[in-house]
Design a protein around this ligand. Structure first.
Ligand code: OGA
Ligand code: MN
Length: 207
């Protein structure tokens, strides 16, 4: 399925990013696809395919549950029909953002994430010290019928001491500039499922 790069949702995300550095879309994916992705995430979790997430990268990677308590599995193309549809949609969003904002986004990496009850991810930026390719972060939520009392909000730290909290309701997408918006995941009372991803630009290389 090809989606127009001028789809109104894509254009709204691009203009929000240009204006404020972040965007929240309440209904990004059709319910059927969100549910298929949620089922797959749960099946992978039950099969033990998700592993505790680390902070840092390469030799600096460390599992520190008090700082980051989710379990993840990276996506590969060709694993399942819903996953491939999601990757196709995100690739269209990538090309749409490049067209609208000249961001030079080259690829997309993404993983399933499952936060068990009580798990959190303390305030951080999605940019490694030794790798500045991650440019735009995306989080797609997969839990149906989430309410504010369930916790698990994504808190964005915005300029001028402002904060914005996103309730992680299934089908919603949050997009933000990876190096500019500090954020944290508050502990949830229920298992919290999502697909997190990053559009990356080309890394610096010598002439
Ligand atoms: C991350 C992250 C936010 C969320 O995985 O880096 O900040 O709402 N996730 O799951
Ligand atoms: Mn993050």
């Amino acid at each position: 399925m090809t989606i127009s790069l001028d789809h109104p949702l894509f254009l709204r995300i691009a203009s929000d990013l240009a204006d404020h550095g972040w965007s929240q879309q309440t209904i990004f994916l059709p319910d059927t696809l969100t549910q298929a992705l949620a089922q797959e995430c749960q099946a992978r979790a039950l099969a033990g395919a998700l592993t505790p997430a680390a902070t840092g990268r390469g030799a600096n990677a460390q599992v520190r549950e008090g700082i980051r308590g989710d379990a993840i599995q990276w996506l590969e193309p060709g694993q399942s029909e819903p996953t491939d549809r999601y990757l196709g949609i995100m690739d269209s969003l990538r090309r749409s953002l490049n067209q609208a904002l000249y961001l030079g986004l080259e690829d997309f990496e993404s993983h399933y994430a499952c936060y068990p009850p009580g798990a959190c991810y303390k305030r951080h930026l999605d940019r490694f010290n030794d790798d500045d390719r991650r440019s735009v972060s995306t989080v797609l939520y997969l839990n149906q019928a989430w309410s504010a009392e369930d916790g698990g909000q994504l808190r964005l730290y915005l300029p001028h001491e402002r904060q914005h909290e996103v309730v992680p309701t299934g089908g919603a997408l949050v997009v933000f500039l990876s190096d500019q918006i500090p954020h944290e995941v508050l502990p949830a009372r229920r298992e919290r499922l999502s697909l997190t991803g990053w559009f990356r630009r080309r890394g610096a290389s010598p002439l």
